[in-house]
Design a protein around this ligand. Structure first.
Ligand code: AMP
Length: 192
C-alpha cells in the first residue's frame, strides 16, 4: 500500500520521476499539472479557467484545484494507493488533503522532495521551453514559478518534515541516476 506525494520545484523532473515510480511500484500517478493541461487542450470550462493562471505561472485557485483533487481521489483506481504529483502546493491545500484523507480513513506514507538549485532549474526549463513550447516556460514566468515554490511550497515541505514523513532526494544528475536514488529513498522511508 503506497500513498505518497512527490514535491519539487518546477524543472526538478518530478513528472518524469513520478511516472517511473508509478511503473515500478504499480501505483497510479496523479499529476494536477497534467490534468490541467489535458483540460486546457480539450478546451473544457475547467481548462479555460485554469489556463489564465497557468500561462502567468500562478497557482490555479484552490476553489478549482481542491475539488478536482477530491473528485480524482474518489475514483476506484486509487483505492489501493496513489502518487500525487504537484499537490499540495500550499499549506491550505495540505489541510484540504488532510480532510480528504481523514474522510476516507487514509494516511500518507511517504512525502518525497526532489531538490535542485534555482540556476540549474532555470537552465533546464529554458531548454524544455525550446523542445516542448510549453506556454509557461519563458524566463519571467519560470522565475515567478520558482518564487512561488519558495514562498508557498517550501512551508508545505516543512509541515511534512514536522510530521516525520519527509524524505529528500538530490534531483541533480542523469534521469536514471535520480530514479535509483528515489527508489532507494522510498524503500528506506517505507522500512522506517
Ligand atoms: P506542474 O506541471 O506541476 O508544474 O503544474 C503546472 C501548472 O499547473 C502550475 O504552474 C499551476 O499553474 C497549475 N497547478 C498544478 N498543480 C497545482 C496546484 N496544486 N495548485 C494550484 N495550481 C496548480
Amino acid at each position: 500500500m503506497t500513498r505518497m506525494l512527490i514535491i519539487g520545484p518546477p524543472g526538478s523532473g518530478k513528472g518524469t520521476q513520478a511516472e517511473r515510480i508509478s511503473e515500478r511500484l504499480g501505483v497510479v500517478a496523479i499529476s494536477t499539472g497534467d490534468i490541467f493541461r489535458a483540460n486546457v487542450k480539450g478546451e473544457t470550462p475547467l481548462g479555460v479557467e485554469a489556463k489564465k493562471y497557468m500561462d502567468a505561472g500562478d497557482f490555479v485557485p484552490d476553489s478549482v484545484t481542491n475539488k478536482m483533487v477530491r473528485d480524482r481521489l474518489g475514483e476506484n483506481d486509487v483505492e489501493d494507493g496513489f502518487l500525487l504529483d504537484g499537490y499540495p502546493r500550499t499549506t491550505a491545500q495540505v489541510e484540504y488533503l488532510d480532510s480528504i484523507l481523514a474522510d476516507a480513513d487514509q494516511k500518507l506514507g511517504v512525502v518525497l522532495q526532489l531538490t535542485a538549485d534555482d540556476e540549474e532549474l532555470v537552465k533546464r526549463l529554458l531548454g524544455r521551453a525550446k523542445e516542448t513550447g510549453r506556454s509557461d516556460d519563458n524566463e519571467g514566468v519560470i522565475r515567478h514559478r520558482l518564487d512561488l515554490y519558495h514562498e508557498q511550497t517550501e512551508p508545505v515541505v516543512a509541515k511534512y518534515a514536522e510530521r516525520g514523513i519527509l524524505t529528500q532526494v538530490d534531483g541533480i544528475g542523469g534521469i536514471d541516476e535520480v530514479t535509483e536514488r528515489v527508489m532507494e529513498a522510498i524503500k528506506s522511508a517505507q522500512a522506517a
